[in-house]
Design a protein around this ligand. Structure first.
Ligand SMILES: [Zn+2]
Length: 277
């Protein structure tokens, strides 16, 4: 039989299939450099960000995060259970970052001696490993609270000039608080790293909130939890200190999505009134 009549019909069927509603996609969060988006799709959908597959929870949750200098355009690809693929452009807003000059730091903490370099590399490998975890927990999807209240003395992303020398940008938020102030877990999680004294960050603690989302606490005077321990939002996990490269007691709070550095202040509501100094 001549297939002439069948060709247009087949093309029509393909067009109808494309016109059907795609798999549902919800994305919530901050569409900005340093921001994090929590997504939800129909369970069974495969999700990829910039071509790399993402972990999906059984109820369809996933997360993506944007580094300080993340590209402003990226692509999320969904593949439904029936094999249909849809591409969703993700457009985020660029930020501008301040310059922060800090003087009076011990010179060796700004320009480490050759004998310090091994230790610095070992310690950063430990932090990288903790942040590379891709745990099935979905604590990241249930919101964050401030771990400590106080004056913000350093912001995310600022270009740093330490003792007059340009250094890496600042990736955390610094909250000034007296040494000994309790640090609360900003969300449920599991302790993935405890270190009593790192070269730059002093007493250091990392919590894993699932799917590559982690939070880090630096310059602690005391750590009250152990690696592998599960913690609940609001639980006291450590105490503020002045260990490592600091000029005074404060909490440096960082958030990561794997190696992407996120801005913690984009994840929390404004600091509660009355707790602000
Ligand atoms: Zn800091």
């Amino acid at each position: 039989m001549d297939t002439f009549f069948w060709r247009p019909l087949a093309a029509g069927l393909v067009l109808m299939a494309l016109a059907l509603p795609a798999t549902a996609l919800e994305l919530k969060g901050r569409w900005v450099q340093g921001g994090m988006l929590v997504g939800r799709v129909d369970p069974g959908t495969a999700v990829a960000f910039q071509g790399s597959p993402l972990r999906l929870s059984p109820d369809g949750f996933f997360v993506i995060g944007f580094d300080r200098d993340a590209a402003l355009e990226s692509v999320l690809t969904l593949r439904a259970a029936d094999g249909r693929e849809t591409r969703h452009p993700i457009r985020i807003t660029a930020r501008t970052y301040a310059i922060q000059r800090i003087d009076g730091l011990p010179e060796r903490k700004v320009a480490p001696a050759p004998e310090d370099l091994d230790r610095i590399q070992r310690e950063s490998a430990l932090a990288r490993k903790a942040r590379a975890r891709d745990d099935a927990r979905t604590d990241f999807a249930r919101g964050f609270i401030w771990p400590v209240s106080g004056r913000i003395s350093g912001v995310y992303g600022s270009q740093r000039v330490l003792n007059g020398q340009p250094r890496q940008p600042h990736y955390g938020v610094d909250i000034a608080a007296p040494a000994g102030t309790p640090v609360k877990a900003p969300a449920d999680g599991v302790v993935s790293l405890v270190h009593p004294d790192m070269f730059f960050s002093g007493g250091t603690l990392i919590l894993d909130h699932g799917h590559g989302v982690s939070s880090t606490y630096l310059h602690l005077s005391e750590i009250l939890v152990e690696e592998g321990q599960a913690v609940r939002q609001g639980e006291v996990i450590a105490r503020v200190g002045a260990s490592g490269r600091v000029t005074g007691a404060h909490l440096d709070w960082r958030m990561n999505w794997f190696d992407q550095r996120l801005d913690p202040t984009l994840l929390v509501p404004p600091m509660p009134v009355g707790e602000r100094p």
